[in-house]
Design a protein around this ligand. Structure first.
Ligand SMILES: [Mg+2]
Length: 333
């Protein structure tokens, strides 16, 4: 089939991935494009996980973002993808595109942040590349992880009847972002602990490993774009639909308070705000109780279930009325 020459903006991120996939073809060593990380099976007792994520100035971070915080984030978002496969992060490679006038202090602070996050996940930064740019700064991180053969969790393993659960509350990052944009004083609304939790990416490596080792997760991904958009990816990969119970979506009191003050809908923040970096898990009926018995326990919030594909992806309100979910997900183009 001949393909038209369209702009990337017109076909979108997933249209572009589809075209690339047609050129690259299927992988001969494991799962290829389209999951949180590529799975490379070279025959050993463990399979290799590989993921890459580029952050671009003015697109993903503002020039005034503290370099230390930015460094932490660059590593953490990649670690989160490895966690979503049930894996352990091992090694990172970092490429930077820098301007001539970029200060050495900025680069050192960036690396201090990356190392802090790497040490927190007991992994190493083992190499990289520096290049010059006249445009925006770019930070590209390749992360390698591993997982015992047979424990890798894909997006495609969800089955009709599975429960859908998440590892924490949703909408916190989006609410904090909205509060900061509007100059809202959070004194008396949110404790410093909540602000730190909401401002930083806390990859759920322990939870992902525990769910994978206990063989509880049928399908899993990390919520980067927001539940509404990311759920669509899991459903598409698993060939199923989903129902989310609106009143079971876990939302923190801080998100409700901020939403109230800014006249926002807390459920919209939770469904479409993005950058939660919690795990979304499809698992069997007994899985939630078994996860809570792990040492230390993995606490899951059940918010829905998988249904046949032809039922679509719906939000169910308190009255039992079904509303198709609009995927207000962050589109890259
Ligand atoms: Mg991901």
């Amino acid at each position: 089939v001949g393909q038209e020459n369209e702009s990337i903006g017109a076909i979108g991120e997933f249209g572009l991935i589809d075209r690339i996939q047609r050129i690259v073809g299927p992988s001969e060593v494991g799962a290829g494009i389209g999951d949180d990380a590529a799975v490379i099976d070279s025959g050993g007792p463990e399979v290799l996980l590989a993921t890459v994520d580029m952050l671009v100035e003015d697109v993903h971070f503002r020039p005034d973002m503290p370099a230390l915080e930015l460094g932490r984030r660059c590593i953490a978002v990649n670690v989160s993808d490895v966690a979503a496969m049930g894996g352990t992060p091992r090694y990172a490679l970092v490429s930077l595109a820098l301007r001539r006038e970029t200060s050495t202090t900025w680069v050192e602070e960036l690396y201090r942040g990356m190392m802090a996050e790497a040490l927190a996940s007991t992994m190493d930064i083992v190499g990289g590349n520096l290049t010059r740019t006249a445009g925006p700064l770019c930070i590209d991180v390749i992360l390698l992880g591993s997982v015992p053969r047979g424990e890798v969790v894909l997006r495609s393993g969800g089955r009709v009847g599975d429960l859908l659960a998440v590892t924490g509350t949703l909408g916190d990052a989006a609410a904090l972002r909205a509060a900061r944009e509007q100059g809202l004083d959070l004194t008396g609304i949110a404790e410093p602990g909540w602000i730190d939790q909401a401002a930083r990416v806390h990859p759920r490596v322990r939870e992902g490993r525990a769910l994978a080792t206990a063989r509880l997760a049928h399908a899993m991904l990390d919520l980067s774009d927001g539940l509404a958009g990311d759920l669509e990816h899991l459903c598409w990969a698993s060939g199923v639909g989903a129902e989310i119970e609106a009143h079971h979506v876990p939302i923190s009191p801080e998100v409700r308070a901020i939403a109230d003050l800014l006249d926002l809908d807390p459920l919209t923040l939770a469904l479409a705000g993005g950058e939660d970096y919690e795990l979304l898990v499809a698992l069997g009926a007994g899985g939630v109780a078994r996860a809570a018995q792990e040492t230390p326990p993995v606490h899951l919030h059940v918010l829905g279930r998988l249904v046949p594909r032809d039922e679509g992806i719906c939000l169910v309100d308190r009255a039992g009325k079904r509303h198709p979910i609009e995927t207000g997900a962050w589109r890259h183009f």
